[in-house]
Design a protein around this ligand. Sequence first.
Ligand code: AHM
Ligand code: MG
Length: 353
Amino acid sequence: MRMRVSKLVTIERHIAEEEHLARGATGEFSRLMRDMLLAIRLISRDVRRAGLNDVLGITDGTNVHGEQVKKLDQIAHDTIFRAMDHGGHLCIMASEESEELIPIPPEYARGKYVLLFDPLDGSSNIDVNVTIGTIFSIYHRVTPDYVGDGTLEDVLQPGARQVAAGYVCYGSSTQLVYTTGNGVDIFTYDPTIGEFILSEEKIQIPNRGKYYSVNEGNSTKWDDNLKKYIEYLKTPSADKRRPYSLRYVGTSIADLHRTLMYGGIFMYPADKSNPKGKLRLMYECNPLAMIIEQAGGRATDGEHRILDVRPDAVHGRSPLFIGSKGDVLEAEAFLRGDFPKDYVQAEAETAAK
Ligand code: AHM
Ligand code: MG
């Protein structure tokens, strides 16, 4: 369900009003988000001019995952760090592009929040002008020392404790999709006035969709039940609910955003070479799971709710099945070998031939 808005509201006013309603009016969270929005506007500018400003291509380095770091990955990481290190709102940060936790420089005050981010998601799409994104996740610190550095304990919290989560999609427009646990709102960036304007409010994902999204190139390494599920989605059904269409961008933000708007399922499953899938729990799966749940959808690792998983490493991975509730429940049923009646019947008919 989509609710377009006619009132004109900037994101900063929206955040301030929500903070006032939910937390009393200290304004600290609004100020943290104001700094984050500056970083996002700068990254959006660099992404939009990529090809003109020597930001395409690779750096000399590889990241903690052994992947080549693109120049824009590094620029986005540095931009977020420089916008967020001095505000006095954070006690620690973690980024996909930094193996170690990122402390607040000694000269600046520490605050009560923790920020985790994937500065530029969809790195393989940067150089070919395909949608990329930024993901972030915010927690309250759990260590009680409000002036000291944050610790690993502050970072390794289950996703259910997120205070806010969001992603920015640098697509046909730049959009920020954001929740503080009070529904999901979408803001579209107007570069001519430098503002994010509320464009859709409290969106709800449909209970079923017609799209599935997965890197099917990995299918030979999948578990048999997952293969059966994907075959099922592709098989026409009498009620015309199936076949589903395949969509796969290879940027989780883009695949998730389409899934949020149209319904369906996006998966990055485990396979024989990657027993925990590819996506990172803390700064990819968790924020996306909070957004999808807030929009009425479902996010699991195939068995357990993503937001309840207890993280054991900052850069740890998790399989992900996320999207419309009806579709994710069906995927989970297949994975545990609990097949729908029409599937069992069709199998029996094939065997009898
Ligand atoms: P990245 O953070 O280095 O860009 O990697 C994560 C991306 C996701 O956005 C996307 O879902 C996935 O990698 C695509 O991987 P693959 O190319 O294996 O399908
Ligand atoms: Mg990334």
